[in-house]
Design a binder for this molecule. Structure first.
Ligand code: FAD
Length: 424
C-alpha cells in the first residue's frame, strides 16, 4: 500500500460527503481522497415536501454545490458515472459526465467507500410515468409542485404509500430485522403536511388522503410504542389507511391496483417505490442477494476488508434513512483513521448502534420528531409533535448547508437533546 493510501468514495450525497469530510478529520493528511459523483451538488431530499407546499422549485433551493467543501479539505472530485468496480484489481471504472462522448477511465484505490445510494425502481411500476407522482428527488418534486399549484390537481382522493421493498440477505450480514417498505417516514410526513395544505387551499383535509403500506403496519421501524400512539391518531384525524397491500401492481388514471388483488381509487397517486441496488453492484462478491453491499457493524466488507459501504447502498442500512447513514459515516471514518494512523482512540471504537431519528414536517410550522431503537430490540421510544421539531428540521438544513455535511459530532445528539427533553 502507498505511504499515503488513496481512498476513493463513490457517491457524494449525504453519506458520501459526510464520510469524506469525517475521514479527513480522523485520518488527517495520512490519506489522499477522491470523490466521484455524476452531479457536482448534494440534493437535500428530506426538505423537498416543504418546498413543494410553499410553491418553491426544489431544484433551485435544494441543490447544495459541494466542491468548495471538498476543496477546503483537499479532496479531489470527479464528475462521472461509475460503471464498474473490480474488487480483485482494486479499480473503479467511470465515465466522465460533464460532456457527452467522454471515454471510460479507471482509477485505482487502496480503500473504497461505496455511498452510491440506490436505484428507485419507478420504472418497474406500470403506469407510473403517466399517472404517478412522488417527492424522492428534485425533478419529481418540481413536477408535483407544478401539478398542485398550477391547477392540475382537482381535489379528488389522494393515495400515499410505498411499493414492497425486498431486503437483501446474506449469511455474512449481522442479524437485523426485516422491513417490507424501504422508508415510511416520508409517506407519513407527506400525508400530514398535505392534509394541512389541502385545508389551506379549501380542498378538504386528512379525509381526502389514504395512506397505504405493503407491510402489516405502516412505519413498522418506528417501534411498537410509537405506533400505539401514531395509528389511533391517524384514524382519529380521518385519514384512510390500508395495510398489507403486498406491493403495487399498476397505476392507472383513477387509482392503484395492488398485489393483494385490491385497489384504491385516487386522483393523485404519490408513490415511494422499491429501493433497489444499482445493476452493476448486483453480481459483485461484496454484495448480498439483492445487490446491497455487505458490511459488518464497522461498515467494512468481511471478505474485502479494504471495501466499505455507507448510507442507502449498505445492506444493513434499513430503513433507508439518512440519519443512519450519518451514524455509519462517523464509525467508518474512525475505523479508517485508526488504521492509517491519524486517530488514536483511548478506547476501542464502538460499532454502529442502530436507531431511528426522524424529523418530519406536518405543515403550519409544526412537525414530528421520532427517536426509537425499539425495532432493533432497544428501549428508547420518543415521539413529539409541535413547533420545536419543525424548527429542528429547518435548523438541521441550515447547519448542513453552513458546514457542508460535516455536522459536528454534537450536531445530532444536540438535536436529540432538545427534542427529547423539551416539553412541546
Ligand atoms: C421525501 C424523502 C424524505 C426523507 N426524509 C428523511 C429524513 O427526514 N431523515 C432521514 O434521515 N432520511 C430521510 N430520507 C432518506 C434520505 O434521503 C436517504 O436515506 C439519503 O438520501 C441516503 O443518502 P445516500 O448518500 O446514502 O444516498 P443518496 O442520497 O441516494 O446519494 C447517492 C449519490 O450517489 C450518486 N450516484 C448514484 N449512482 C451513481 C453512479 N453510477 N455514478 C456516479 N454517481 C452515482 C448520486 O448522484 C447521489 O449523489 C428521506 C427520503 C425521501 C425520499
Amino acid at each position: 500500500m502507498a505511504a499515503q493510501p488513496h481512498i476513493v468514495i463513490l457517491g457524494t450525497n449525504f453519506a458520501g460527503l459526510t464520510t469524506a469530510r469525517y475521514i479527513r478529520e480522523y485520518a488527517g493528511k495520512n490519506v489522499r481522497m477522491t470523490c466521484i459523483d455524476r452531479k457536482p451538488y448534494l440534493a437535500f431530499i428530506p426538505n423537498i415536501p416543504i418546498e413543494v407546499w410553499n410553491n418553491n422549485n426544489p431544484e433551485s433551493s435544494l441543490h447544495l454545490p459541494f466542491v468548495r467543501f471538498l476543496d477546503r479539505d483537499d479532496i479531489d472530485f470527479i464528475q462521472a458515472e461509475v460503471q464498474q468496480i473490480d474488487v480483485e484489481q482494486k479499480k473503479v471504472e467511470y465515465k466522465p459526465m460533464e460532456r457527452s462522448g467522454s471515454a471510460i477511465e479507471k482509477l485505482a484505490y487502496d480503500y473504497l467507500v461505496i455511498a452510491l445510494g440506490n436505484k428507485l425502481a419507478f420504472d418497474e411500476i406500470e403506469g407510473f410515468g403517466k399517472y404517478g407522482h412522488t417527492f424522492t428527488d428534485t425533478y419529481y418534486g418540481d413536477k408535483i409542485r407544478r401539478h398542485l399549484h398550477d391547477g392540475g390537481y382537482k381535489g379528488g382522493p389522494v393515495a400515499i404509500g410505498s411499493d414492497l421493498f425486498i431486503q437483501g440477505k446474506s449469511e455474512k450480514l449481522p442479524d437485523i430485522p426485516v422491513a417490507e417498505a424501504a422508508c415510511e417516514g416520508p409517506p407519513v410526513e407527506i400525508s400530514f403536511s398535505m392534509a394541512e395544505w389541502l385545508g389551506e387551499k379549501g380542498l378538504g383535509g386528512s379525509e381526502t388522503i389514504t395512506m397505504f403500506t405493503p407491510a402489516e403496519v405502516i412505519a413498522e421501524d418506528a417501534g411498537e410504542t410509537i405506533l400505539e400512539e401514531l395509528l389511533p391518531m391517524v384514524q382519529e384525524m380521518g385519514f384512510g389507511y390500508k395495510a398489507n397491500t403486498r406491493g403495487i401492481k399498476r397505476i392507472y388514471e383513477d387509482g392503484i391496483e395492488f398485489r393483494d388483488g385490491s385497489s384504491l381509487e385516487a386522483e393523485l397517486k404519490i408513490i415511494f417505490p422499491n429501493w433497489k441496488a444499482h445493476d452493476f453492484l448486483r453480481e459483485l462478491p461484496i454484495s448480498d442477494d439483492q445487490g446491497f453491499i455487505i458490511t459488518d457493524l464497522f461498515m467494512r466488507n468481511p471478505d474485502y476488508p479494504e471495501v466499505f459501504a455507507v448510507g442507502d447502498a449498505a445492506s444493513i442500512t434499513v430503513p433507508k434513512l439518512g440519519s443512519l447513514g450519518h451514524l455509519e459515516s462517523e464509525v467508518l471514518a474512525k475505523v479508517l483513521g485508526e488504521e492509517v494512523g491519524g486517530y488514536q482512540p483511548k478506547e476501542s471504537i464502538d460499532p454502529l448502534k442502530f436507531k431511528l431519528v426522524c424529523m418530519g414536517d406536518m405543515g403550519a410550522h409544526k412537525g414530528f420528531y421520532m427517536h426509537s431503537d425499539e425495532w432493533w430490540g432497544g428501549e428508547t421510544s420518543i415521539l413529539k409533535m409541535g413547533r420545536t421539531p419543525h424548527l429542528l428540521k429547518m435548523g438541521f438544513k441550515t447547519m448542513y448547508y453552513t458546514l457542508g455535511g460535516k455536522i459536528p459530532s454534537w450536531g445530532l445528539p444536540l438535536s436529540e437533546l432538545i427534542a427529547d427533553r423539551t416539553v412541546i
